[in-house]
Design a protein around this ligand. Structure first.
Ligand code: BGC
Length: 541
């Protein structure tokens, strides 16, 4: 077993309580924050492959695409301005997430979500009515601010509301909504591209108002998390909320831990300065590397530019949009796999399996393209050959959808102690957005220059990140969020950064005699109370 795999968290600490219907519903509502992000990701690729849109805003690209009958397929859509349309949103989200962290800490998670929804509504209106590139890009910036606020608050909200044993499943609701948003956008583009008079793109862009309205209205009714209520000085409300969300009065142990975490958090005046302290080095490293790696899987090449990529490969317009719908469907269904396995198999297994699958499929796709297009970019794909390319792209998307997709949001949201959680989550969101921006801005140019080698480039990164997870990412499944420090303290590498009274075995967890691997968190204050969670309505999960 890997050096990083030390904790059998299935036997970890747990608190009494059920998955109540109340928590389930609030988590579903909060997760709809993912819809706005997903809708954005999915909409731009389809819109930028519509002629009427290109003619109006990017006539140069349109001319190049049509008049340039010359040769190199790899460079057909290479345009900085076109890429700016896609990428401007992520730059805005990056900046917004820092402001969002202040709102999240001072006023609670729900106000961040509400702020995100409202700004997004304005962005959608401006985009749908756009008359020139400036309106278009300004609208994208407003959408980006909305995404920055939502992505900052929703994953943390979900992880704080969920009982530890089901945190993975509930948190992945966010990713599931992202994928549903992408698929909805793909389907809408497929329909609106058929509108004869060429205003289909307006419908595509304006319909972003629908997911925005859902999260805006939804967040008004959401309660705040007990963690946040305590942090903001409302202990009674926090305790009441904890009883309500766990469906039991027996919340003393969990509440005591929340209070302890909150007391510690209050000692920290400057979470931004604090996060750079040595003892937070493992969390800081993960907050930087996990989102960086998530984007370096190359997923957004497919998500943003699938229709453009498929057209580059010689698919017709319809075929391109249809293929984007197919990858969108695979994305949604494969995410469901992680929903149901993440709290049983754990995070590490999904990361490693998904990573391996992505490496293999990227190498195959790169090679298939190399064989047909070589370095000159001249060539044609037969129908059968194109179908095989799409198949391997789907295998790749599935690998991402049950590993780096959901876990790229889940793991960072569950590893920070309360005192640095909003700051840590901001770093996570902004690094994610920075590299989403970089890929959106650079992909078409990279494709033009690196050609099929681009797929090998991303495969190389997935090799690196898979090895990183194997060595350095501890298993976090089922560990209560305010107890996560035990996981780091017990890790073969990160343990040296964490202060605190050494436990038995010199600060390490006891080793499993069979595997010689460290096993249990030290001295749980309360043992697990039963392994089945039931909905209050009696539904067993
Ligand atoms: C990533 C996005 C990506 C999406 C695809 C998310 O987790 O952050 O960049 O487009 O997954 O489903």
């Amino acid at each position: 077993m890997a050096a990083g795999a030390f904790l059998n968290s299935g036997s970890g600490k747990d608190y009494p309580g059920n998955l109540t219907l109340f928590v389930f519903v609030t988590c579903v509502v909060a997760a709809t924050g993912g819809l706005i992000f997903g809708y954005d990701i999915g909409i731009s690729g389809g819109v930028t492959s519509m002629d009427s849109f290109l003619r109006k805003f990017f006539p140069e690209v349109y001319r190049k695409e049509h008049a340039d009958t010359s040769t190199n397929e790899y460079c057909r859509f290479d345009s900085q301005l076109l890429q700016t349309f896609t990428s401007s949103l992520y730059l805005a989200a990056l900046v917004a997430s820092f402001f969002a962290s202040l709102v999240t800490r001072a006023f609670g998670r729900k106000w961040s979500m509400l702020g995100g929804g409202v700004t997004f509504l304005f962005g959608a209106a401006l985009n749908g009515a756009a008359q020139n590139v400036a309106m278009l890009i300004f609208g994208r910036i407003l959408l980006g601010i909305g995404v920055g606020f939502a992505n900052q608050s929703v994953p943390v909200y979900l992880s704080e509301m969920a009982p530890a044993r089901l945190r993975g499943m509930l948190n992945i609701g966010f990713q599931l909504m992202i994928t549903i948003g992408i698929l909805a956008a793909n389907l809408i583009n497929y329909g609106t591209a058929k509108i004869k008079d060429g205003w289909g793109w307006r419908v595509s862009l304006a319909l972003a108002a629908v997911p925005a309205a859902i999260i805006t209205v939804g967040s008004i009714f959401l309660p705040d998390t007990p963690n946040s209520l305590l942090e903001r000085g409302f202990p009674e409300e926090a305790q009441r909320m904890l009883r309500r969300i766990r469906g039991t009065d027996d919340v003393g142990a969990e509440y005591a831990d929340l209070v302890a975490a909150s007391e510690e958090s209050k000692l920290v005046e400057h979470p931004w300065a604090n996060i750079f302290q040595r003892k937070y080095r493992p969390q800081l490293t993960m907050a930087l590397l996990i989102p960086f790696f998530q984007q370096l899987t190359g997923i957004n090449v497919i998500m943003f530019y699938a229709p453009v990529l498929f057209r580059t490969l010689g698919f017709g317009r319809n075929g391109s949009l249809m293929s984007a719908v197919i990858t969108g469907l695979v994305n949604v269904f494969a995410t469901l796999v992680s929903v149901f396995t993440v709290d049983r198999l754990g995070r590490r297994k999904l990361f490693i399996e998904g990573g391996t699958q992505m490496i293999i499929s990227q190498i195959v796709v790169g090679t298939l393209i190399a064989v047909k297009f070589g370095t000159s970019g001249e060539g044609n794909l037969s129908k059968g050959y194109a179908a095989v390319v799409v198949l391997f792209i789907c295998i790749y998307v599935a690998g991402f959808a049950w590993s780096w997709g959901p876990l790229g949001w889940l793991v960072p949201s569950e590893i920070f102690p309360l005192e640095i959680r909003p700051a840590g989550q901001s770093i996570n969101v902004s690094v994610n957005m920075l590299f989403t921006f970089a890929i959106a801005q650079a992909f078409l140019t990279m494709l033009c220059h690196m050609k099929f080698g681009l797929f090998y480039f991303f495969a190389g990164w997935v090799v690196i990140m898979t090895i990183f997870v194997y060595l350095f990412l501890p298993e976090t499944k089922n560990v209560p969020i305010e107890e996560m420090v035990l996981v780091w303290r017990a890790h073969w590498f990160w343990g040296r950064f964490i202060e605190g009274a050494p436990t038995q075995n010199g600060g390490r967890l006891p080793k499993d005699p069979n595997s010689n691997v460290e096993m249990n968190p030290p001295a749980p204050r309360r043992q697990k109370q039963g392994s089945n969670f039931t909905l209050n309505l009696g539904i067993s999960l």
